[in-house]
Design a protein around this ligand. Structure first.
Ligand code: SF4
Ligand code: SF4
Length: 106
């Protein structure tokens, strides 16, 4: 089990309130608004923490640079992927890579 899997297991074992608080803290600290890909629509919709929450619902469709690889939160939870706002959460991308292989998605 790698760091991300351990983090997800740890989150799943928390009470709903503690899990929500942990995710809210990461959401608050997520530096996505400083990324060139982030836009006003995402800001107004308070979309962030795409690595956990999944892709942007309606706002981001034009990926530019992704700063996720330099993000302290991402490093602390053991992310292996990036561009979560357009490609989906770490969990979703891992699942897709398992099904389709990584070369088709890069
Ligand atoms: S997920 Fe990556 S590309 Fe998308 S806004 Fe956040 S840092 Fe930028
Ligand atoms: S890895 Fe990306 S989406 Fe996740 S908290 Fe960091 S900047 Fe936000």
């Amino acid at each position: 089990m790698d760091i991300f899997e351990q983090t997800m297991q740890s989150l799943s074992e928390k009470s709903p309130a503690d899990k929500a608080a942990a995710i809210a803290e990461m959401h608050e600290k997520c530096p996505c608004p400083g990324c060139p890909t982030y836009n006003r629509c995402a800001g107004e919709a308070k979309e962030k923490l795409f690595c956990i929450n999944g892709r942007s619902f309606m706002c981001i469709s034009d990926p530019k640079t992704c700063i996720c690889p330099t993000c302290a939160i991402g490093q602390s939870v053991g992310l292996k992927n990036n561009s979560f706002c357009t490609r989906g959460s770490e969990m979703a991308q891992r699942y897709e890579h398992t099904i389709w292989g990584t070369s088709l998605l890069k």
